[in-house]
Design a protein around this ligand. Structure first.
Ligand code: G6P
Length: 372
């Protein structure tokens, strides 16, 4: 087993470090000789995909958060409304889906029963289902109309890390494919975004190379009982995933919020010493979100919070209000989750490790939940 871990202390640690490769491999072979994007296994007429008027992403756990990221990118690039729903909720609420709905089922294992039942239900309603899956020949892709495989390699640790980055990457590929098919973006825009995507693995590696400070912060927080995670725009699902990782691995109460929601309730939780991660959007973004999130950091810090800030390289505005800053390389806003989630994974893994827990097999959890 030690050899399989490739010198890392755990599969989790190894898989976190496999992430540049997982993204690289998921992007391989996505373009034909003419430079057009292609999917792996498409049994849906292109004319049907052109007339799709809604996308519904169904998934559970970490895969559902990949769906949340997808919503921001696909709506922006393709102008198709995207809903994201937990598969077990979707299945039992009489959802509005029909022949013009594309359902995207995201599952690392391809065997999650809740997601499979939702796939079957969607197809019964006439919807086309595209699976984003990491396991060749598993049930969900076999029962779907199209497949886009993530190439993260086998994921052994129960809590998902590299499959998550690969899933996000696959949804970007899907979004660009649909934009190409439906003419929402110019070919050179698609090429440019795809090139930016191809530059992400090296940037993920840079984040990994900077992990010492994250680890040290986690070690210092061994006795922490509660951590909050705040993010906005694509940083919101990253906050949710950061909280989930901490619950799963370290059994610490954690909650992710949309930073804009802070003043509508969660700010009441802030008291002296409360630790809060804040994912700060790029100051170069088109919106004023950067300054809004900086204000959030000031608000919680003024009330005693310990602020652990994830920000872009060169973002000087955050430093005065941050107890610690974890910097990530610059990249386009929509692609940033591939970078900003990595310190949160390392934080959860390290904190669980210093608490003496088995990060590969957390209590009560299963890698693949094959019962409803
Ligand atoms: C389980 C795992 C999670 C995973 C979820 C969905 O709960 O512990 O890590 O995110 O299932 O699994 P899937 O294989 O469908 O992506």
């Amino acid at each position: 087993a030690a050899a399989e871990k490739g010198g890392f202390a755990s599969f989790m640690d190894k898989e976190i470090h496999d992430q540049p490769q997982a993204v690289t491999d998921t992007l391989l072979g996505r373009t034909d000789i003419a430079g057009h994007l292609v999917l792996d296994d498409l049994r849906i007429d292109e004319s049907v995909l052109r007339s799709v008027d809604k996308i519904v992403v169904i998934a559970c756990g970490t895969a559902a958060y990949a769906g949340h990221v997808a919503k921001y990118a696909i709506e922006h690039w393709c102008r198709i409304p995207v809903e994201v729903e937990l598969a077990h909720e979707f299945r039992y609420r009489d959802p509005v889906v029909n022949e013009r709905t594309l359902v995207v089922a995201i599952s690392q294992s391809g065997e999650t029963m809740d997601t499979l039942m939702a796939v079957r239900h969607a197809r019964e309603q006439g919807a086309k289902v595209l699976a984003i899956c990491n396991t060749h020949g598993s049930t969900i892709p076999r029962e779907s109309d199209a497949v886009l495989y993530t190439h993260a390699g086998p994921e052994i640790a129960v809590a998902s890390t590299k499959a998550f980055l690969a899933q996000i990457t696959a949804t970007y590929v899907l979004g660009l494919y649909l934009a190409q098919l439906r003419g929402n973006l110019f070919p050179d825009e698609i090429t440019e975004i795809f090139d930016q995507l191809r530059a992400m693995p090296d940037k993920i590696q840079i984040v990994l190379d900077r992990s010492d400070e994250v680890r040290k912060t986690a070690q210092d927080m061994v006795d922490t009982t509660s951590v909050l995670f705040l993010g906005r725009h694509v940083g919101f699902p990253v906050a949710l995933e950061g909280a989930l990782k901490l619950k799963e691995l370290a059994y610490i109460h954690a909650e992710g919020f949309a930073a804009g929601e802070l003043k509508h309730g969660p700010i009441a939780l802030i008291e002296e010493g409360q630790a809060a991660f804040v994912i700060v959007p790029s100051p170069r973004g088109r919106h004023s979100l950067h300054s809004k999130v900086i204000s959030n950091i000031q608000e919680i810090r003024a009330r005693g919070a310990r602020t652990l800030v994830i920000a872009e390289d060169g973002d000087d505005a955050v430093a005065p209000f941050a107890d610690v800053v974890f910097s990530v390389p610059r990249c386009p806003t929509l692609l940033a989750p591939l970078l900003t989630v990595v310190p949160l994974q390392i934080f959860a893994c390290e904190l669980a490790t210093v608490r003496g827990l088995d990060v590969d097999q957390p209590r009560n959890l299963a890698k693949s939940v094959t019962v409803e």
